[in-house]
Design a protein. Structure first.
Length: 349
């Protein structure tokens, strides 16, 4: 299938701990997936931040990214994202300046203001976190100032700088599942990513509003946006439906406040869906794209047109790691990404 060369594909990985697996295995699977995505020609590989959960192993994106950089060659690496209210803007700036120093031109700093867990855990991470929009905006402005080496008189930036200084800077992205951070991104001249895998409604409008209100910055002269969606691609419709059923049940349970690993096929087959469950399944429908390569290609193409974006981020969780790898392989094939062989990869020293 011939496709438009404009549509690029990215990966957002949450280091899911599969049924019967461990946190270490989950992280090692993220590393293996990053190497595969690098070889297959994906544009970005982002890792998430979650806390106080035994189903996702990704709690410290900046630490994981440092290792992923040593294991990949050309793919951009980033956070999807750093939950900025938990930390000081200076420390985040220095973490990502270090990453940019190690892997110049390859680092994305994606940020959000959600807790990445429950409010009690957020308080433990930062007892002074007020969840205030104004505080978040001020943190973003501080972060920009540190990364720009601004010396603003009569502010902390007159005397404090972020080190190490690097010849390049990370791309700054704001992540959102509601659109509010899109307004912040537009005002501050940052890139914007909408998480349709969290909220299946309103994303295209949020991106349109971001573009309409975008103000150029020193880092970004024109608006830059993408969207992220749960993606399950399989060789057959039957297999895709099996993977989709497990994810549907996981999202259904999560919506009820039930935490747990991805259901096994046996659990899915034995579950009896109520009328209320069916309603929730319909509400979650747009959060997931699934099917054969041709079917997913058509759905991605439609999403790209709806959002007016030239890159889409796939978020894939399966009970079998090989199904996760296969989904990304099939996507790369149908979109004719710029794949190379393992021996063609050149790692930075």
């Amino acid at each position: 299938m011939t496709t438009s060369p404009k549509l690029r594909l990215n990966v957002l990985d949450q280091s899911p701990i599969r049924p019967g697996s461990t946190a270490r295995e989950a992280v090692l699977e993220t590393v293996a997936l990053a190497r595969l995505a690098d070889r297959l020609g994906y544009g970005r590989f982002w890792v998430s931040e979650h806390h106080n959960t035994d189903t996702l192993a990704g709690s410290t994106p900046e630490v994981l990214l440092a290792y992923l950089g040593s294991q990949t060659s050309r793919i951009r690496l980033g956070s999807g994202g750093i939950m900025l209210p938990h930390y000081s803007a200076l420390k985040v700036a220095e973490n990502f300046r270090m990453l940019e120093t190690l892997f110049p031109g390859r680092i994305d700093l994606g940020m959000g203001r959600a807790p990445g867990g429950d409010r009690l855990t957020a308080h433990a991470l930062n007892p002074h976190n007020t969840f205030s929009e104004q505080d978040f905006v001020e943190q973003l402005m501080d972060l920009q100032a540190y990364l720009r080496d601004d010396r603003v008189p009569e502010t902390i930036h007159e005397r404090v700088m972020a080190i190490p200084k690097a010849a390049t800077s990370p791309e700054l992205w704001l992540l959102s599942s509601s659109g509010q951070s899109g307004l912040f991104a537009a005002h501050l001249g940052m890139a914007f990513s909408f998480a349709q895998f969290i909220n299946g409604h309103g994303g295209a409008q949020a991106v349109r509003t971001y573009r309409e209100r975008f103000r150029p910055s020193a880092e970004l002269p024109a608006p830059l946006a993408n969207m992220a969606v749960f993606t399950l691609c399989a060789d057959t419709e039957e297999k895709a439906q099996e993977l989709r059923a497990a994810l549907d049940l996981l999202l259904l349970r999560f919506g009820k406040g039930e935490r747990g690993a991805l259901p096994t096929p046996e659990e899915v087959r034995s579950y009896r869906f109520t009328a209320e469950d069916q309603l929730h399944l319909r509400q979650n429908h747009n959060r997931v794209v699934s099917g054969t390569p041709e079917q997913v290609h058509a759905q991605f193409t439609a999403l790209a047109a709806e959002y007016q974006v030239d890159e889409i981020t796939a978020v894939t969780i399966t009970a079998d790691f090989q199904d996760r790898l296969r989904s990304y392989e099939l996507l790369a094939e149908v979109f004719e990404l710029d794949a190379i062989s393992e021996r063609q990869l050149v790692f930075q020293e």
